[in-house]
Design a protein around this ligand. Structure first.
Ligand SMILES: C[S@@+](CC[C@H](N)C(=O)[O-])C[C@H]1O[C@@H](n2cnc3c(N)ncnc32)[C@H](O)[C@@H]1O
Length: 838
């Protein structure tokens, strides 16, 4: 899909169509399983421009025809027709509810009417984006215009610009429509403990976080729930951090484990110190799969499809779901999902896990939930094809040489009709113009204490003679540790030991799985590399540049310090047309009090490298600030933070005396981090940056500024009325009832001034604001804007220098804000000229 890939594989592409035909012919030849597998792998290593791929595959069509996934002939033909059509673009509006609603209304009232009228090419008319009917509150949309048209056609440009800008800052996420369904069935509440076992790149994690924060307003407290988002792939878990962190949630923890071995963590549950394992209210098991439901997007599946992927993944999927069943609470809910149509990865996995859980895990009937979502019941019977494309009735019919590669659980169990498999959900592409998807909603109804027959379903003879089954030293150590820990005598622990004995047995299948992931997600891999590079950039310049006015600390000397040459960075200038540029009226001055704040955050990372208190895997430690920490009262006093602020949930990630960044986590995250065995947990990321040390040349009262990442979480504690906050010597208090210490309400005009250039002079603001600002000393302030309909409450961290202000936003955030304000002005003023030039 990318230029790089196309170019690199130019030669191979020439023969692409022939290759395709050969591959289909070969699929019918009676090759041995090994040779065929090798051939499939070779094919999958060939990189072909997606557009050149022929969207036909006889083996795929025959396989699903015989599986009878759709019995009605006309419907089957419709299915075959739709899977060849490129998938429409779909996206979700994310973030805080009030802001999401604002963006949704913008979409509905501004863009949809305009896009409806657009015509491109000779007689093609673009259909405007449509909300997905089954998605709550019209927060998910689908758009059938090809991406190439969205990017190229001038009419689309403002829509595209808006889409890109809001996507960059995380308010809009591109996501396959059907992939949005599992979190909806998970039914997450703000107090839930949720585990997302295979979470990268994080689109469903983001939805789960939104559900945790559903009640958030600007005046309530941090939810008591937690989301632990895990992925086995270290690189992908960093992508997950990037994606999920955009929600700025103190309730998120990202971990990096094989989900099969996700550690049981013990937290103190009562005053007597009795340890209890964490059990989750909700678990999402969105397993790695062959992904053939995504063939409308990942065209390579047309070329590479074979049964081997599903057979290879089945047992890994069983193990991951079983671990989920152990970790979920009684009465808790698990949602299992794949983007595969194959019953071997879907109903067969569910049937096997239900069998092993002996009635203590059951399928939930959700036929009354999301009624607009078209779906069909799960299959109650299916067939198994071997890797030589022969249908095989039972495991014993497989050639003994290759039998080890098959699980007995691939075949429907004898009691298949008692399992309620029809409660599973199958979504086919032609139902609502999406990809294909499978979802099963499960509830734990009793303790799951014995799954020791995990070997039974394998071919035991082969396993006993197989070197692959030797348990690795790491796992043995884990088991020994567990055995020595006699405090831990609960259900989870017993099961974990049993499970560990079986972890290695299908090692080769895991390898298949990782290969497949890479094939399926190669588009995402490209994105990942970009994102990681970007993350590095973000860390280096994290992410704000506090500009450049050299401020001599004397507001009265403004006129004497005009020195354009000192401006160290190239900046775009924002001009509201028809507005006098106030800068031209007042001579510039320069401000030494505005160093590069982001460099400080970066230093923090570097400092951590010297830290010898590292956790497993080299991550930095999480050190909660002691109650006697002397910096906290200064911050509290300076910003007028309410006494209700959870100071005990602040942590640093460095043992250096001078902390650069202070993070905030929720109480539940704190509980996990402080668990006695939390070191078993490989935490990749948690906590939101809340305060950042600001080093400036002049003396300032508080060395810490707000970090944009944590500001909306802190904000309620800044505006809470609190007797203890009264300060006898309160020079900073202004008399506005709305305002509190360093919080100032701005109107639209002053917001425009703030955005008109990087460091607008205080002189250029309205008299009211000027008066307020002049009462404040140099340091960080919070500006909020309430503009009712169309421009929701905006909360901004701003550096108040001696004579100017500086918005502490990353350039992407600033750009998105400018676009929002620009859009607001265009909607609310008649003159077209009132716009911001960026
Ligand atoms: C289908 S993707 C998950 C998509 C994700 N839930 C989302 O919505 O963005 C499957 C993920 O499982 C991860 N994975 C594969 N094997 C795993 C294992 N044994 N344990 C945990 N994660 C695994 C892969 O790295 C991949 O990111």
């Amino acid at each position: 899909m990318t230029w790089k890939r196309k170019k690199r594989n130019n030669n191979k592409n020439k023969n692409n169509k022939n290759d395709h035909n050969n591959s289909n012919n070969n699929s019918s030849k009676n090759l041995s399983g090994e040779v065929k597998e090798e051939q499939q792998q070779q094919q999958s290593r060939q990189h072909i421009p997606f557009d050149d791929i022929v969207r036909e595959n006889e083996a795929f069509v025959n396989y699903y025809k015989i599986q009878n996934i759709i019995s009605d002939e006309a419907e089957w033909n419709k299915f075959l027709e739709v899977i060849k059509i490129t998938l429409p673009t779909s996206f979700r509006i994310t973030g805080s509810r009030s802001q999401a609603f604002e963006l949704r209304d913008l979409m509905k009232n501004e863009y949809v009417p305009k896009l409806n009228k657009i015509q491109f090419g000779d007689d093609k008319r673009c259909e405007a984006p449509k909300p997905l009917l089954w998605y709550p509150d019209e927060l998910a949309w689908q758009h059938s215009a090809p991406r190439s048209i969205i990017k190229k056609e001038p009419e689309f440009q403002s829509f595209h610009k808006w889409l890109v800008s809001e996507t960059e800052i995380g308010n809009i996420s591109r996501q396959e429509a059907v992939s949005m369904t599992p979190p909806l069935f998970l039914d997450v509440k703000p107090d839930h403990w949720v585990l997302d076992m295979c979470a990268a790149p994080g689109s469903k994690t983001t939805q789960i976080l939104e559900a945790i924060h559903i009640n958030d307003t600007h005046s309530n407290i941090i939810p008591s729930g937690i989301v632990i988002a895990n992925d086995a792939d270290a690189k992908r878990s960093h992508m997950l951090v990037h994606q999920a962190k955009r929600l700025k949630s103190p309730c998120l923890m990202v971990t990096n484990h094989d989900a099969v071995q996700f550690p049981g963590i013990y937290v103190q549950q009562d005053a007597f110190g009795k340890l209890k394992p964490i059990q989750f209210d909700r678990i999402l098991v969105d397993v790695p799969c062959s992904g053939d439901g995504t063939l409308r997007k990942n065209y390579i599946i047309w070329k590479n499809w074979g049964i081997g992927n599903a057979i290879g993944l089945h047992y890994t999927q069983v193990k991951i779901l079983l671990r989920g069943a152990q970790l979920v609470k009684e009465n808790g809910r698990i949602v299992y999902s794949t983007c595969s149509l194959n019953p071997l990865e879907n109903e067969a996995v569910i049937a096997e896990v239900l069998r092993r859980c002996r009635g203590n895990l059951q399928l939930v009937d959700v036929s009354d939930q999301l009624p607009e979502l078209k779906r069909v019941p799960g299959l109650t019977t299916w067939k198994v094809m071997n890797k030589e494309n022969r249908w095989v009735d039972k495991l014993e019919d497989i050639n003994p040489r290759y039998r080890k590669k098959y699980e007995k659980s691939l075949w429907p169990p004898p009691n298949v009709n008692e399992l309620n498999l029809e409660r599973c959900i199958r979504i086919y592409p032609h139902f609502q113009d999406t990809g294909g998807f499978f979802i099963a909603i499960l509830q734990k109804t009793g303790p799951i204490t014995d799954i020791s027959d995990i070997n039974i379903s394998n071919n035991v003879d082969n396993i006993n003679n197989d070197d692959d089954n030797i348990i690795s030293n790491d796992i043995n150590n884990d088991i020994n540790n567990d055995i020595n820990n006699d405090q831990k005598d609960d259900e989870t622990e017993k099961i974990t030991k049993t499970e560990f004995n079986n972890i290695e047995e299908n090692k080769n299948q895991d390898d298949v799985m990782m290969t497949i992931n890479k094939e399926i997600d190669n588009d995402e891999e490209d994105k990942l590399d970009k994102l990681i590079n970007k993350e590095d950039e973000d860390n280096n310049d994290d992410n704000i540049i506090i500009n450049d006015n050299i401020d001599n600390g004397n507001d009265n000397n403004n006129d004497n310090n005009d020195n354009d040459d000192v401006i160290p960075i190239k900046r775009s200038k924002v001009v509201f047309k028809n507005e006098p540029n106030k800068r031209t009226k007042i001579k510039k001055e320069f401000n030494q009090q505005q160093p590069d704040n982001d460099q400080q955050d970066n230093n923090d990372n570097n400092d951590n490298k010297d830290n010898n208190q590292k956790r497993i895997g080299g991550e930095e430690p999480f050190i909660f600030l002691e109650p006697e920490n002397e910096e906290i009262p200064i911050i509290r006093e300076y910003y007028g933070l309410s006494k209700d602020f959870p100071f005990n949930q602040l942590l640093v990630r460095s043992t250096n005396e001078k902390n650069k960044t202070i993070y905030l986590v929720s109480e539940s995250v704190k509980q996990v981090l402080e668990a006695s065995d939390s070191k078993r947990l490989r935490v990749v990321n948690t906590g939101i940056r809340t305060f950042t040390r600001q080093e400036v040349n002049n003396e300032i009262k508080c060395e810490y500024r707000f970090n944009a990442e944590g500001l909306s979480t802190i904000y309620p504690y800044l505006i809470m009325n609190n007797d203890n906050d009264n300060n006898d010597n309160n020079d900073n208090n202004n008399n506005d009832d709305d305002d509190n210490k360093r919080v100032i309400k701005f109107g639209l005009e002053d917001l425009k001034t703030l955005l008109s250039e990087p460091t607008p002079l205080i002189e250029s603001f309205s008299d009211n604001i000027k008066e307020k600002l002049n009462k404040l000393d140099i340091g960080c302030i919070v500006i909020y804007i309430e503009h009712g309909k169309g421009l929701d409450k905006i909360i901004l961290p701003v550096w108040r220098a001696a004579v100017s202000l500086n918005l502490l936003y990353r350039k992407e955030e600033r750009k998105a804000l400018e676009l929002r304000v620009q859009g607001y002005i265009q909607r609310t003023t008649i003159t077209k000229d009132s716009e911001i030039d960026i």
